[in-house]
Each structure stands twice: as structure tokens, then as C-alpha cells.
Design a protein around this ligand. Structure first.
Ligand SMILES: Cc1cc2nc3c(=O)[nH]c(=O)nc-3n(C[C@H](O)[C@H](O)[C@H](O)COP(=O)(O)OP(=O)(O)OC[C@H]3O[C@@H](n4cnc5c(N)ncnc54)[C@H](O)[C@@H]3O)c2cc1C
Length: 498
């Protein structure tokens, strides 16, 4: 008998969950509470409590298309390298259509609890052999108003970034943004273009880098590779910190710009934002220390300074994941948070029939608990964050190893040296995990060979004659990325000799 698997949510994870079930001969039944696919990436003009996720009108991804695509479905070559949310949603529609996923989704399904309740209150019971939870992690805004004395008397408006759509309401106003994560920085930059004054308050600061690396190539395509990962493993931590901070400070001095984090590069938060330093340089955006409290229409900061006549405070203070449909017994971490092995499997279940994505051969329950504890210590984050944070390539490789799809670099060098070089030196794109093992995709090799072509394609809008010595755009991009990588390494070494 075909096993039925319930997939909760039809966002990025849910779509790939449905597709994977189909690949494995399982019968997926997806319940999506909204009326469309795309989850977080489906922009809504107005927001209601039941909507869960929310994004702003101008949101652009900070992961480039070749790094963010599904492993067996490259994005169209003409797509820009960093996508506006509307274009990413379009890509999800292409994926859904291509693999015939839509007919497995029931929209506006209501709440799941082996029983679903539809819009009209009709209850229906279901029995499933497995459950994939793909309901998203950015559902409950964290709004810490209670932490700030005097907030009740504040005459301005307080809101969470969850409510923010665009800067229209803040034109000519004096606005404070609290928090320097991706949303906080994006919103501060956007508002600073039309507000009278914009302040950005941060407790910890951050290291800032742009989406663009040397030669204008996408940062993640140049920096996230097996080669750079190996290099960072070999070099001492102090050296990487020192070199990276010097390189970043050469662009703009983080201390001078008020961005300097309290921690060193490898331990601090990093932010991808192209415009933030420019707005500070132009005085449109003013950096402030940690917010301490409110005084009527003013705000008091940790350094004792006060900013008066503030019209609005936007709290970009993050989200809490919430899974109200799951049994409480699964939230058995030290802080009552979900305990997940490899961020996917709750170890407390006797049989691994519930997953936060995918399915693989599992370690024993004891081994799972051991791994969870060691990762929590290694990442030194709060228990809640530890459930989500990962060290990118090692995490993917470890999951891939358990499923049997981890590329064997040594074997590749011996059997297909050119591909081996691309996999080792080039960006760690998702296609690498489709080269071998279950779910092997015959297009994976070609996708790796042409990945730099798809990076170049959207730039080819003004035909220029290629110098004769250049054989192809793809080759030159490949070389450029190689040079960029070698240069980064040389900078690291050169700095040590200075
Ligand atoms: C501002 C912002 C920017 C980001 N930028 C990037 C980026 O550049 N690159 C990147 O890789 N990631 C980025 N992310 C991370 C983002 O979360 C992922 O890209 C991706 O959207 C996660 O997909 P998901 O399917 O897990 O969750 P979601 O996209 O949140 O989808 C969850 C779906 O589940 C449905 N659902 C929820 N509860 C239920 C229920 N009980 N029953 C039925 N259906 C339910 C929801 O309606 C929704 O459709 C960003 C996140 C934010 C907030």
C-alpha cells in the first residue's frame, strides 16, 4: 500500500517536500492554510493575524539565484542574480507547474491535527503514515515593548517589521528602527530616503558586506565553496578574524560608522546590505546605541543621548517559530524549545515519522541527543536559535552523507577531474547534491558546468564586442571567480606577513 504523507504548508519547504514524496513513491497530501503557494515570498498588501508570515514591498533576496534554487531545477538563465520577491514567487510557480505539484495541495485547509477544519468549519479526519512540517519559522513577531520603561506614555507609533510594507507612511517623519538584522537594515535604508531623519539602534553592532564580490560577482558564489571552507579550517581563527576585519574595514571603518560589533568576525552577526554605509555617509541614517526607554515623544539610548520628537519606532526584533499543532511533548529542550536532530527530526519519537523536512537513515536516539547537545555548545547560541542555525557546507554534507548523496571529491578528481575541480573550487551550489546516490539527477553535471553562464546571462543586455582572447563569457566568469578567490586567500596570507 502506498504510504501517505501529510505536508503542512506550501512554501519553499512544502513544495520541495511534496516533490520529494512523489520521487520516493509516497503519496503527499499538502494542506496550505492560505489560498496560494509561496509562503513567505507571497507579498500581501495588508496583513492580518492569521497570515503568519509577512514581507515588505521592496524585499530582494540576499542569497543569489544559483545558491538558492532547487537542486534539480535551475532558475531561468535570464533571472537576475538577486531576485525581487515577486520573481522568486514566479520561480516557485514554474517549479510547481513543472513537477505537477499543485494537485496535491489543498488550500485554505485550516488547522491540522490529524483532523482538518476548513473555512466553513467542516471537520475531516485523516490518517497519515508520516508528517512533514513545512509551516515556516517566521510566524510570530517578537515585540519586546515591555522591556522599555516609559513605553506606555510614548506619543508616537510602535510597530513590528511584520507590519511594515513600504516607507509611504514615514515620509517627512522622524523614525527609529530597532535592530540591525536583514529586515532592520533594509527598512532603515528605505525609510531614510524619504523620512526627515532615520535612526538605527543596535545593541551588538554587525559586520556589513554587500551582495557584490570582486568583479561584481555574487558574494555567495565566490565565498561559499569547499575550497574556502577547507582554508578556514586550516587557518587559525585569530588570523581569519584579523584578516577579514581588516578587509571589511578597508571599505568603511566599522568603528567610525558606528557599526562595530562587540564580537570578532567569526563570532559576530554579519549583515548583507549594499546601501547601509552609503546612507550613513550621507547623514540620512544615524547609528544609535541600544534603546533604553521612552520619554513622552523621545527615546533614550544606552549612551545617555535622547532623540526627541520621534514619530514612529519600528521594532525589527525578529520572529519566534511556533508550531501550535504539534504535541507539547516535542518541545523538550532546556528552554522548552523544540529539540531537533540535524534541525529536522525530533529524537523523542519512537519511529521517525515526523520531520521538519525530508527523510533519511537516522542515527540512534542517543546519538541524536549527543549531536544536538554538541551543536548547541559549538554554535553558542540561544537554544531557540540553535534549533535553526547551521554551519552551511558541513551541515549540508552531513545530511547528504546520511542520505548517500554527498559528493566524493577524491573519486571525482580521479574519474572526472574537471568536474572535481568545479565542485571543489567553485561555489557549493545545490546541484552538487544531485550528482550521486538516491535522487541523482542527470542534469546535475551540466547545471554545474553552466552555473556561471546563468550568472552572466542577466548582464547581457547591452551587446558589447568580446575581446578576441576571451573564449566565452562563462569561461571568463569562471576565471574571474577563481582569481577573486585566490586574491582573497592571498590577502589573508599577505596580511599575516605585514
Ligand atoms: C525578510 C526575510 C528575508 C529572507 N531572505 C532570504 C534569502 O534571501 N534567502 C534565503 O534562502 N532565505 C531567506 N529567508 C528565509 C525564508 O524563510 C526562506 O527562504 C523560505 O521562505 C522558508 O520557506 P518555508 O516553506 O520553510 O516557510 P514559509 O515560506 O513561511 O511557508 C510556510 C507556509 O506554511 C503555511 N502554513 C503555516 N501554518 C500552517 C498550518 N497550520 N496549516 C497549513 N498551512 C500552514 C503558510 O501559509 C505558508 O504558506 C528570508 C526570510 C525573511 C523573513
Amino acid at each position: 500500500m502506498v504510504r501517505r504523507v501529510l505536508v503542512i504548508g506550501a512554501g519553499t519547504s512544502g513544495l520541495v517536500g511534496i516533490k520529494t514524496c512523489l520521487d520516493e513513491g509516497l503519496e503527499p497530501v499538502c494542506f496550505e492554510s492560505s489560498d496560494d503557494i509561496g509562503g513567505l515570498w507571497r507579498f500581501k498588501e495588508s496583513q492580518s493575524e492569521s497570515d503568519g508570515t509577512s514581507i515588505y514591498r521592496s524585499l530582494v533576496t540576499n542569497t543569489s539565484k544559483e545558491m538558492m534554487c532547487f537542486s534539480d531545477f535551475p532558475m531561468p538563465a535570464h533571472y537576475p542574480n538577486y531576485l525581487h520577491h515577486a520573481q522568486l514567487l514566479q520561480y516557485y510557480r514554474l517549479y510547481t507547474e513543472h513537477f505537477g505539484l499543485r494537485r496535491h495541495i489543498t488550500f485554505q485547509s485550516g488547522q491540522w491535527d490529524v483532523m482538518t477544519v476548513d473555512q466553513d468549519g467542516l471537520e475531516k479526519e485523516h490518517v497519515f503514515d508520516g508528517l512533514l512540517v513545512c509551516s515556516g519559522h517566521y510566524t510570530q513577531p517578537v515585540l519586546p515593548l515591555g522591556q522599555f520603561p516609559g513605553q506606555e506614555q510614548f506619543t508616537g507609533r510602535c510597530l513590528h517589521s511584520w507590519e511594515y510594507k513600504d516607507a509611504d507612511a514615514f515620509r517627512g517623519k522622524r523614525v527609529v528602527i530597532v535592530g540591525i538584522g536583514s529586515s532592520g537594515a533594509d527598512i532603515a535604508v528605505e525609510i531614510s530616503r524619504s523620512a526627515a531623519k532615520t535612526f538605527l539602534s543596535t545593541r551588538k553592532g554587525t559586520w556589513v558586506m554587500g551582495r557584490m564580490s570582486s568583479g561584481g560577482l555574487p558574494l555567495d558564489m565566490v565565498s561559499i565553496s569547499r575550497f574556502t571552507k577547507t582554508l578556514t579550517k586550516l587557518l587559525p581563527k585569530w588570523l581569519i578574524n584579523w584578516a577579514a576585519e581588516r578587509v571589511l574595514n578597508q571599505k568603511y571603518d566599522h568603528r567610525l560608522y558606528g557599526l562595530m560589533p562587540s564580537k570578532r568576525f567569526l563570532d559576530a552577526a554579519t549583515l548583507i546590505n549594499d546601501d547601509l554605509p552609503g546612507r550613513i555617509l550621507q547623514g540620512a541614517l544615524v547609528m544609535k546605541t541600544h534603546l533604553c526607554g521612552f520619554t513622552g515623544s523621545g527615546l533614550v539610548f544606552e549612551d545617555g543621548t535622547v532623540e526627541d520628537d520621534i514619530d514612529a519606532v519600528i521594532f525589527c526584533t525578529g520572529y519566534r517559530a511556533s508550531f501550535p499543532f504539534l504535541p507539547e511533548s516535542l518541545s523538550d529542550g532546556p528552554g522548552g524549545e523544540l529539540t531537533l536532530y540535524e534541525r529536522v527530526f525530533p529524537p523523542s519519537l519512537e519511529r521517525p515519522t515526523l520531520a521538519f523536512m525530508g527523510s533519511c537513515h537516522l542515527a540512534t536516539k542517543e546519538r541524536m541527543l549527543l549531536v544536538i547537545e554538541s551543536q548547541r555548545k559549538r554554535l553558542r547560541s540561544s537554544p531557540r536559535d540553535a534549533a535553526l542555525e547551521v554551519d552551511y557546507i558541513p551541515y549540508l554534507d552531513s545530511m547528504a552523507h546520511q542520505i548517500g548523496v554527498r559528493p566524493n571529491i577524491l573519486r571525482l578528481f580521479l574519474t572526472d577531474p574537471k568536474l572535481g575541480l568545479k565542485v571543489f573550487l567553485g561555489p557549493c551550489t545545490p546541484y552538487q547534491y544531485r550528482l550521486t546516490g538516491p535522487g541523482r539527477w542527470k542534469g546535475a553535471r551540466q547545471a554545474i558546468y553552466t552555473q556561471w553562464d546563468r550568472v552572466a546571462q542577466p548582464f547581457r543586455t547591452r551587446a558589447l564586442q568580446e575581446p578576441e582572447s576571451r573564449r566565452s563569457g562563462a569561461l571568463s566568469l569562471w576565471l574571474l571567480s577563481g582569481v577573486a578567490m585566490v586574491m582573497s586567500c592571498s590577502v589573508l596570507w599577505w596580511r599575516t606577513l605585514e
